[in-house]
Write a protein that binds this ligand. Sequence first.
Ligand code: GDP
Ligand code: MN
Length: 381
Amino acid sequence: MKIHEYQAKQIFKKAGILVPEGDVATNIEKAISTSEEIGLPVVIKAQVHVGGRGKAGGVKIAKTPEEVKKFAGEILGMDIKGLTVKKILVGKAIDIQRELYLGVITDRSTNRPVIMVSTEGGVDIEEVAKKTPEKIHRFTVDPAYGLLVHHAMNLAFKLSSDVKEVREIASTLQKLYKTYLDSDASLAEINPYVLSADSNFYAIDAKIVLDDNALFRHPDYEEMRDLTLEEKIEHEAKEKGLSYISMEGNIGCVVNGAGLAMTTMDVIKHFGGKPANFLDVGGSSDPQKVKNALHFLLMDEGVRAIWFNIFGGITRCDDIASGLLEAVGEMEIELPLVVRLTGTNEEEGKRILSESSLDIHFVRNMEEGAKAAIRLSEGGG
Ligand code: GDP
Ligand code: MN
């Protein structure tokens, strides 16, 4: 789960990392009152779950009350990489001397946390990794020992030769690592970590990605959830026992099992089509699940055709067919349906569907299914 910068800053602050004073606002009035409390100049920052807000015009420094009003108005409602800005952070602007990068990520190849630091803060770290990889310094943490003082000092010496600064950076690295561990994050990042003109270090940006699988251990993080429409559908589907994955195409797919989901996507792509989403109804036999699946699938307005690709094992084809009929009866589905039912109670399932008045395109195998779904999604008969 991604959280906003202002939320990550609250967590950093609790861990003892210095962050500029500030508050979140959803309207211009609140932005103005906050700027009066903390004093000008302030930085106004879009709170959306994407990086590169600075370049997109979502980070602006206001030096006068008029500018606070102007920039807050411009940034609220702004579209950044497809996301609408509904919240802004109004923070004390820092006079920057140097920008550094500090981060902790979970490295899947070593199964360990890796600390990364660089003198090239403030810019996209992936770009630095590509163009000047020698400017990124890494340290793989042995979780049995954690990040010890001398590890942190070694890293900090890559960023500064001033011992006082090195101590400060090392201390922040240890706090960052502890935050990453305590919050069960998969990423905790400060980019940039800045040295101000008056020689203090501040986290002026903050990013934490929480591991969904550990969220049950942090009930207090639940209120930080801020989902896009797509993520909302995925989340709701999960609560109903379905796994839903949204994509950009126009063929909605109902399948049973993750392996079949992957194969269905591959086959559609192989024949030149684009899946819109996947709904995995899993291995159960429950008509209600099929109804729920269609409900979620139809929330995606890009869907032009639906393909039921079911391999009946534990899942019974007749149950899928009944669920489909019930759902169609209630929902008025106008989209073309392609159905491949094979396995347990296959004949019974097909009989139920063919006795209905639905316009169903029965197919016998994956290739036929993919071709039919693609043709229909493109408006063919
Ligand atoms: P991002 O673009 O989404 O990563 O947003 P950041 O919070 O990292 O801000 C982008 C850039 O804006 C930073 O690298 C800084 O150069 C600049 N910036 C952000 N806050 C301040 C501030 O308080 N003072 C100054 N002078 N620049 C800032
Ligand atoms: Mn940043």
